[in-house]
Design a protein around this ligand. Structure first.
Ligand SMILES: [Ca+2]
Ligand SMILES: [Ca+2]
Length: 245
């Protein structure tokens, strides 16, 4: 560090960003405000004192992305990054040292990633992010509509479903379909259940509604929205509302 210019009793910003306090013949006053490097020189008639206030403030670290990062078992770890800014040195993002060596993506658990940055005056800052390795339940997607309407005494045709898991991939063949509750001889509403379990024993369930209509009802809808379903149920119950095409 060095002073840019010696001006008596004046606060100066040096070229390196450090504050320099320069005093002529006011050495005692200087001591009350400076706490870093101090140098002075005596001349024939007076004492010049030059003191430098160094950078004692650590950089500010900020995480990019979530404080808690969730990743699927056996997936690749993705570093979300961080930024660092220092009061004197400016942007220190490129100087951040990231340590994610503790993260084991092949093992369920919680891990810590550390970020450390140091400014040019050796002031360091650190921050951590929690990484949680999980095995999420699979997803089920129905083939066809989630509400199916059929006429009384007509057969129910199972359309099936697809199941995918982040770890196990396509496990559609593992889906267990239960449609035993359906009685097409009886007007009413029934449920077909779809259940699948991934290799981590995480289950997923989905339901398809089956509505058995009287043969006198209007033609069943291929895509059943909630409004259509309401209208058809009213029709079944003999209500005044009839669907118009
Ligand atoms: Ca600093
Ligand atoms: Ca899973």
């Amino acid at each position: 560090m060095r002073a840019a210019t010696i001006i008596p009793s004046t606060e100066i910003k040096s070229s390196q960003g450090s504050l320099a306090f320069v005093f002529q013949g006011k050495f005692l006053l200087c001591l009350t405000v400076c706490f870093s490097t101090l140098s002075f020189a005596a001349t024939d008639n007076h004492l010049d004192a030059v003191c430098f206030v160094g950078d004692t403030t650590e950089p500010i670290l900020s995480l990019q992305g979530d404080l808690i990062q969730t990743i699927e078992l056996n997936s690749a770890y993705k570093e979300l990054g961080a930024t660092a800014r220092d009061d004197v040195d400016g942007d220190l993002t490129s100087s951040i040292v990231v340590d994610f060596s503790n993260v084991i993506t092949s093992q369920l658990g919680s891990y810590r990633v550390t970020y450390v940055v140091t400014d040019l005056s050796e002031n360091s800052a650190a921050i951590t992010r929690e990484v949680v390795v999980v095995d999420s339940p699979p997803t089920i997607t129905l083939n066809g509509d989630s509400v199916v309407e059929i006429y009384q005494n007509q057969p129910y045709n199972e359309l099936g479903a697809q199941a995918n898991d982040a770890v196990d991939g396509d496990i559609s063949n593992e889906i267990v379909i239960n449609s035993t509750s359906i009685n097409t001889a009886q007007i009413g509403q029934y449920e077909v259940t779809y259940t699948v379990v991934d290799s981590n024993s995480s289950p997923m369930h989905l339901i398809r509604k089956i509505i058995v209509l009287p043969t006198t009802a209007e033609p069943p809808e291929k895509s059943g929205g909630s409004i259509d379903l309401f209208i058809l149920l009213l029709a079944y119950l003999g209500g005044p509302i009839r669907k118009k095409y």
